[in-house]
Design a protein around this ligand. Structure first.
Ligand SMILES: [Zn+2]
Length: 175
């Protein structure tokens, strides 16, 4: 499974428990269609129609229709709602543009342009980025002195393994 597949699968699973922010692709398209129907004044709007009009706008970008947060003026820059399937690319580009930035920097970057990227998605991406995993510092465990290994002979992989053994509460290495 590629990182993208794992990411999307994980978010899809997460959506089943917590729908906040995340929109599967089919719902995303349906929202656009319902919104367009609600905006058509020749039909009566239901409560759902009013709700959608209150919350969203459809932005025509060439041949594609984008779902955005309703703006108070046309000059306001759009905040996009993306589907779960699009989230990987969006989070990835924020991660790269911030130079493998951490959670908060990525969220700050994403919030300028997107309306529905949950913190969970950012944390998930970070945990799947191999480059970040290599240089990730383990959180300090009480009572464990983590000494940095300065010699070049030790690869960063070796360092992670060493800390792992020390902080494992009942791992096989602590017989
Ligand atoms: Zn990274």
């Amino acid at each position: 499974m590629s990182i993208e597949e794992r990411f999307t699968q994980n978010l899809t699973d997460h959506f089943k428990e917590n729908k906040k922010g995340l929109i599967p692709k089919c719902d995303h398209q349906k929202t656009i269609d319902d919104l367009k129907a609600a905006a058509d004044n020749s039909h009566a709007k239901g409560r759902h129609g009013y709700y959608l009009l209150e919350k969203y706008e459809v932005l025509q970008c060439g041949p594609t229709e984008k779902l955005i947060k309703r703006r108070s003026t046309r000059q306001e820059s759009p905040l996009y709602y993306v589907s779960i399937e699009e989230t990987f690319d969006v989070v990835k580009s924020a991660h790269i543009s911030t130079g493998h930035g951490g959670r908060d920097r990525m969220l700050k970057e994403l919030q300028k342009k997107y309306a529905n990227i949950p913190t969970k998605a950012v944390e998930l991406f970070k945990s799947l980025c191999q480059e970040c995993q290599k240089k990730r510092k383990r959180p300090m465990t009480k009572g464990v002195v983590v000494r940095p290994i300065l010699t070049k002979e030790f690869s960063s992989r070796g360092q992670v393994d060493l800390i792992d053994m020390q902080s494992m509460p009942s791992g096989s290495n602590k017989k």
